[in-house]
Structure formats: structure tokens, C-alpha cells
Ligand binder design. Structure first.
Ligand code: CP
Length: 317
């Protein structure tokens, strides 16, 4: 595997989940693979889970791991070509990327959508420059339009907890005080559309996601109706995608918060969220603390999704 940016990079999804569950049974079985190999993780944005789980995954595989926080101690990077660099940006990304590539064997990149230019965000300008200029396998640790390590961990978790062969999975928008990118819901939709689940998306009007990710999924604007009979409730906020409101908050309607009353509409569903989560905005205390909340095992599976991807990348070096 040379890149990991979306579900297609995994090939057959069932095989990938099976491999992940095997890795989970013995996560140190492939320690030899990463001997004398270095993982570099580059963060343009904050992280708790991705940073720790991916570093742990690399260590499980015997890799040396390095972390670079671009905004803390590195030179400020210019990303546009042709700019006269007489401002506060000291280094161009076109030198920085191959230099980073020269110090490692695999690179992970976190670079969120900036909501300044939809085209730049949806062309994955930063991530694709790493793929083009680093000379090394590159994987997304959440880029502008996708968070495939998260979605892979989500699918592994659903596989572990499902009680029926084809569970109903409902992804619901929920309110949030800040404008958040569409990366997590895009990737979740991308994976659920490939998985053997009955997938439903619910959100207020105006929050339609990119059709490229929604594909044939059912979109239901009535949250209560969508939640009926759900086996899994996946809550997430995102800002508007459609023009002219790209990146804007259109609603903070608290009636979309996932509460005990909302969960009562479901088939005793499990509650999922990628974390970090704003309590009593996205989900009530009662729900996230209930036995049906699987947010902690979901986060723990981030180590397994990252390790599966890193293992495949090491095998292809
Ligand atoms: N879910 C997730 O990616 O968490 P972090 O932003 O803390 O890495």
C-alpha cells in the first residue's frame, strides 16, 4: 500500500477488517516488519487519539516514530507556489516535504480543511503535495475531506458489536458551537456505503454532504424517523458543504442533540462518536455514560486501524 486516503486503498473491505481483527488478537506478531524503519507523523492541527494511537501502532510494529507539530517549533510554511516570501513564512512546503521524506520511511499527515477555499480543501492540496513530493508512502491522519483511519476503526467496532448480520447504522448531525470540517462524516459515509449495513444519514436541510461520499445512502431530514430501529447511532457535527454556505454554521438546533429520549427510538442502539465530543451539545451526559456508549472501545480501535494500514505499507516497502 503506497497511499491511504480513502476506503478504496484498503481493497476488499471484509478482508481488511478480518486482518485488523487478527492483528488485534496479537498486536506484536509483526514487530520484525518495522525494524530500522521510521514513521514520521506531521501535524498541522491538534490531536489526542490520532497522535497516540498511530505512534503506538508504529511501536507495535517495531518502528521508530517521530512527531512534528508544524505550528509548534517548526518554521512557518508557505504552501502557495509563486508567492514572494517576504512575510512571516520562512520555508516553502516544496522544500520541507522532500526534506521530511529524506528522514523517514512512511509519513502520516494531518491537515484539516481551512474553509478559506472549497476547491483547495476538496482537492486535498496539502495531503496531495506530500504524496507527490515526499517520495514515501503517505497516509491521512485526517485531511481536509476525509479521516479514513477513524472510519476504518469505526467499521471494526461495528463488526465487533453488531448483533445482526446487516445492522442499521444511522449517522446523525448534531449541534456544535464551531464550524467543523466534513472529513469524519465523509469518510464514515465512504466506509458504510462499502460495508454490509443499512446506512441512513440524517441532518437538517442545508447540511447535505458531497454526493461523492453520500452516493446511494438514504438521507432522512427527520431525525426521529431516521433513528427508528437503529442498531448504531453515529453522531457528528459538520459545517455546511453546499455553496454558497461552505464552511458555515446554519443551525445550532439543540433538538438534534442525542439524548436518552432520542436513543429510546432505536433498537437499543450503541452510541458512537469519533471524539473529542462536546457533551450536552452533541450528546447528553446520560447517553455517553450509558452502557450503550462504545466511544472508548471505538477510540481504542484507532490503534488497530492504524496498525493494519502501517503493516500493509511496511509490507510494500
Ligand atoms: N478522533 C480523532 O481523530 O481524535 P483526535 O483529533 O484527538 O486525533
Amino acid at each position: 500500500m503506497k497511499t491511504y486516503t480513502n476506503v478504496k486503498d484498503l481493497g476488499d473491505l471484509q478482508t481488511a477488517v478480518k486482518e485488523a481483527l487478527e492483528i488485534k488478537k496479537n498486536r506484536y506478531a509483526y514487530k520484525h516488519l518495522g525494524e530500522n524503519k521510521t514513521l514520521l507523523m506531521v501535524f498541522f492541527n491538534s490531536s489526542l487519539r490520532t497522535r497516540l494511537s498511530t505512534q503506538k501502532a508504529g511501536m507495535n510494529l517495531g518502528m521508530n516514530t517521530m512527531v512534528l507539530d508544524i505550528n509548534q517549533g517548526a518554521w512557518k510554511l508557505e504552501t502557495e507556489r509563486g508567492v514572494i516570501m517576504d512575510g512571516d513564512k520562512s520555508e516553502h512546503i516544496l522544500e520541507a516535504i522532500p526534506v521530511m521524506g529524506s528522514y523517514c520511511d512512511i509519513i502520516g499527515v494531518r491537515a484539516f480543511a481551512q474553509f478559506e477555499n472549497k476547491e483547495d480543501d476538496y482537492q486535498e492540496k496539502i495531503l496531495n503535495q506530500f504524496i507527490k513530493y515526499s517520495g514515501k508512502p503517505v497516509f491521512s491522519m485526517e485531511a481536509a475531506t476525509g479521516h479514513p483511519l477513524q472510519a476504518f476503526a469505526d467499521l471494526i467496532t461495528i463488526e465487533e458489536y453488531k448483533k445482526t448480520a446487516r445492522p442499521k447504522v444511522v449517522m446523525t448531525w448534531a449541534p456544535h458551537p464551531k464550524a467543523l470540517p466534513q472529513a469524519v462524516p465523509n469518510s464514515f459515509a465512504d466506509f458504510m456505503n462499502e460495508a454490509d449495513v443499512d446506512f441512513v444519514i440524517t441532518h437538517p436541510e442545508g447540511y447535505e454532504l458531497d454526493p461523492k461520499f453520500v452516493r446511494g445512502a438514504r438521507v432522512e431530514y427527520n431525525q426521529d424517523k431516521a433513528l427508528e430501529g437503529a442498531d448504531f447511532v453515529y453522531a457528528k457535527n459538520w459545517a455546511a458543504y453546499a455553496d454558497p454556505n461552505y464552511g458555515k454554521i446554519l443551525s445550532k438546533d439543540m433538538s438534534w442533540t442525542v439524548t436518552t429520549q432520542k436513543m429510546a427510538l432505536t433498537n437499543n442502539a450503541y452510541f458512537m462518536h469519533c471524539l473529542p465530543v462536546r457533551r450536552n451539545m452533541i450528546v447528553s451526559d446520560d447517553v455517553i455514560e450509558s452502557p450503550q456508549s462504545i466511544v472508548i472501545p471505538e477510540a481504542a480501535n484507532r490503534e488497530i486501524s492504524a496498525q493494519t494500514v502501517l503493516k500493509r505499507m511496511l509490507e510494500s516497502l
